[in-house]
Design a protein around this ligand. Sequence first.
Ligand SMILES: [Zn+2]
Length: 544
Amino acid sequence: MWDLRADTFGILVLAACLSAASAADSLAQSQAPRGPESTIDVLGYRVAVDVGPDADEFRASAEIRFLVTVEGAEWVGFDLVGLTVDSVAVDGTRAGHELTGERLLVELGRSAGVGDTVVVQVYYGGAPEDGLIFSDNHNGRPTVFADNWPDRARYWFPGVDHPSDKATVEFRVRAPRDWRVVAVGELREVIDTEDGTRLWIWATDRPIPVYTMVLGAGELVERELGTSGCDVETSPCVHVTQWTYPEDEEHLLRLFRRAPEMVAFFDSLIGPFPYEKLALVQSSTRFGGMENSSAIFLTERVGRMQSADGLLAHEIAHQWFGDAVTEREWPHVWLSEGFATYFSSVFFELVDGADVGAASRARSESSYLRSDYVARPVIDVEPENLFRVLNGNSYQKGAWVLHMLRSSLGDETFFAGIRRYYSDHLHGTALSADFQKIMEETSGEDLGWFFEQWLYRPGYPEVEVAHYWDPGERVLHVYVRQIQPWGAFRFPLDLQVEGDGYSLRRTFEVRDPASAFEWELPGAPQRVAADPDNEILGPVDVVN
Ligand SMILES: [Zn+2]
């Protein structure tokens, strides 16, 4: 997701006016987190909804197919808020239910055991308070867009509204005939119904997080942006389309033109694109962009932006990280946001040039150093407000953790580990320890210290480097002090020295609050630079 409050790693200018309203809105409306439903594992949802200009006419049914994961289950629970349930059936037979305000409890009518598959059908309706947003777009036309992140799917369909329980989904959306409907997965069927509406069936058979299970409907225009990988045997053929308001169609066709190139880049760097297609959808999402699996929703204000490359690269990278490999628990959300932030900068680095990547990292570093979260670790306790996980730690520091890991392991090992992490956890979930394990196995190194200091401890190193040239010994004495309040960090420190007729670089391993090194040189150095490529998160200053 592209949080409008954050100045992210990418390269773009977002209209500043976007941020304030969104942030206040987000903080006011987010829900306290709920842990995963432990008694079931959802396999698939089939959600049928009627949508039109009026939210009060929202009628729906949801079929939830799940495995029972405990012995002797007699009731199961789903997250559902603010709607009215007419009836419930279990395996085709009408069943008892209770609405608690936040949960729908369903009586199974029997004692179910581990591994039993059960199908629950829920017939419901009402005017969704959140999650499925009925609103007029900036051209004054009615639209309906889902906006689920982080746990707002519960306002429009019952389910296990937590990233640990991924599932397949089918949306059967009945909408006015002059509307078009876009959703996750592939378009299976479009049927004109006798009542003058049109039924759109979109479905994916790949498990995706509930927070990306979305649909959008309104007067939308679909245009092809290009294809990716169609001429490569080992790669899936991905059609990239845009779904926009008619007024913004031509502008967005130009603004989104690099999207197929980005898909091809990540496809070759990380692994095959995970979904059936990729749609870029102009929408009412409260975020700058939301990485819904195979249907990225972008703020409708992209219609007025001059560049969206950074935003697109971030959301497209999420298709691999966050969507296809999902953080199992919210405190590990850097596996989604830090990865998307970093890999979008890798796109610009490797496609547009190293200096573009370096500039992106520098912006990200200063953004992190200015953030309110430096005194907290990346993996924090479960925050009371999930919108607070969108912070400088999850995004910018998370991205820097990956960059420092890459600097330390080298490109070949780092990207080999990334590819393995992706293929091992494709369509599943992961915790930080899963990522650490794969990077350790790929590199053959114990990286416990690295992940411990960067993810579980707060802060960053503040480094002062002093030096003294001994002309008799022809030795440069280097003194490194770490002055931050969070304890000493361990990192490789590059020094670059230039003197009469020479220019040399050497890496010193720093571990302690104060270290001293000696370096024999051909002559007196005229210039000493520390961390010249900015490979360390935090300030590194030469103080003499
Ligand atoms: Zn993101």
